[in-house]
Ligand binder design. Structure first.
Ligand SMILES: Cc1cc2nc3c(=O)[nH]c(=O)nc-3n(C[C@H](O)[C@H](O)[C@H](O)COP(=O)(O)OP(=O)(O)OC[C@H]3O[C@@H](n4cnc5c(N)ncnc54)[C@H](O)[C@@H]3O)c2cc1C
Length: 432
């Protein structure tokens, strides 16, 4: 009798658990073992900022499945508190630490889904990175009156969400960003976001570097001293990939092809530890996002079983809700020789003013009228615009112009901003 295929997965969250579940769906007889260094699995990193305002009240609100429930409902075995320290790929062995011992496990196929971590440093001020345990500690300090003003370092998505949630918890928030907030987004979008945050009394210093904390507990920056009670460090993550010697990109993320296969044909990688190929540009990109972790995990599972894959679609789709203000993007959002764009603003987010404020869209297409990308921002629903545009990328503008989109006065305008932008862009092409 042929031995059962053995697949080992490193990491018990979005990517790893998606891979494990898909393998068992397609091939229940395959032996699957998930190794996770924490004491728990299946948690929502994306919810972490909401701990500060109390929308997330306890670890139970963050954890979706216990190891027992995951094994019973999805199939793979899970070993928690098991930290992988080395891969011996010539012998196909994973070495891991468990309760003070070093143990080993053999694999036929290995899936690395070890995610990424925030770099931590110690300062003479309380400082927190976005991991659940640390944000629950911060929340306790806020509730005890120990944090009245906080410095948030980093003006990306996690930094902005953290600042908004701090402010909702009654804490004054100052954001420090070494370059400009929302890297990769247009100046128009950034300017309107800055104006909205400033209306919400959130102070922002761009092009300002953090130089540490002085002995007397003051945060030092390239533009002077900021008095605050705590630091929230949201400066981006680094892939957890030290335990393996394999082809990687500059930041240490593992290079994968469209099937999530690495430079070793028996090893696959998915999630925040991996770097993907952008579907439109063909370039390698590091995009540590839950959306990719879940889908890439499924594909890694299929590929590890030897199934042909449709491949991971990577267009850089994102959305963010900052109070009443929402932003989002998908696809290529920079004009160039080949790519033109049209911005359209509607001063009404819905026909009956049920939604206050304006909505903006910038639509990008090739000179031949193929949809390439979209940015959306303002007081309307970013999610539905980005959902639709992500599905229509690389199709002709007519697919958007002719789409049978519904309307109701409380929810929208009779012609949605994205359709008006498409009409305008189309007529621009006609006269070029
Ligand atoms: C504050 C914040 C907000 C976010 N918001 C969004 C959002 O709105 N939308 C979105 O799409 N994404 C968002 N993300 C990103 C999203 O959470 C991640 O992309 C996703 O969790 C990645 O999943 P993963 O499985 O690759 O990695 P992880 O969730 O990091 O899981 C990897 C697991 O591997 C384990 N591990 C690591 N090393 C080892 C080892 N040596 N041995 C054993 N186990 C190991 C880790 O303990 C961890 O449990 C956010 C992230 C943060 C931090």
């Amino acid at each position: 009798m042929r031995d059962r295929l053995k697949i080992v997965i490193i990491g018990g969250d979005a990517a790893g658990l998606s891979a494990g579940a898909q393998i068992k769906r397609l091939s229940p007889e395959t032996e699957v073992t998930v190794l996770e260094r924490k004491n728990y699995i299946s948690y929502s990193n994306c919810s972490i900022p909401y701990i500060l305002s109390g929308k997330i009240a306890s670890m139970q609100d963050i954890i979706h499945l216990t190891p027992e429930v995951y094994t019973a409902t999805r199939g793979p075995e899970v070993i928690i508190a098991a930290e992988v320290i080395k891969i011996n790929s010539s012998q196909k062995i994973v070495l891991f630490k468990k309760g003070g011992n070093v143990e080993k496990i053999h694999y036929d196929r290995l899936i690395i889904a070890s995610g990424a971590s925030y770099a931590e440093a110690s300062y003479s001020l309380p400082s927190f990175v976005p991991v659940p345990e640390q944000f629950f500690n911060a929340k306790k300090m806020i509730d005890d009156g120990g944090i009245k003003k906080a410095l948030v370092i980093g003006g990306g998505f996690a930094g902005l969400e953290t600042a908004l949630e701090l402010q909702e918890a009654g804490v004054g928030a100052v954001i420090l960003e070494g370059e400009r907030i929302l890297p990769g987004y247009s100046d128009d979008l950034r300017t309107d976001t800055l104006a909205y945050l400033s209306d919400r009394n959130i102070e922002i210093y761009e092009n300002t570097l953090f130089h540490g904390v002085s002995q007397d507990g003051k945060a030092r920056t390239s533009k002077g001293v900021v008095e605050c009670d705590a630091l929230f460090v949201c400066t981006g993550v680094l892939p957890n990939t030290d335990f393996i010697d394999i082809a990687k990109v500059k930041n240490g993320a593992i290079k994968v092809n469209y099937r999530m296969q690495t430079s070793d044909e028996h090893i696959f990688a998915a999630g925040d530890c991996a770097s993907y190929i952008n579907t439109q540009t063909g370039l390698n990109e590091y995009r540590p996002m839950g959306t990719y972790a879940n889908r890439a995990g499924v594909i890694a599972g299929e590929s590890a079983l030897g199934f042909a894959s449709r491949g991971l679609k990577v267009f850089g789709s994102q959305v963010l809700k900052l109070g009443e203000f929402q932003i989002g993007r998908t696809g290529i959002t920079r004009s160039s020789e080949e790519i033109i764009s049209e911005k359209y603003t509607s001063h009404k987010a819905s026909a009956l003013d049920a939604i206050a404020g304006e909505v903006n869209v910038r639509l990008f297409s090739s000179r031949k009228g193929i949809i390439k990308g979209c940015e959306f921002w303002g007081h309307g629903d970013a999610l539905r615009r980005i959902y639709l545009l992500a599905a229509l990328l690389e199709t002709p503008l007519s697919s958007l112009i002719d789409a049978d989109l519904p309307y109701s006065p409380l929810l929208s305008n009779v012609k949605d901003v994205i359709q008006v932008a498409a009409l305008r862009l189309n007529s621009k092409i006609a006269v070029i």
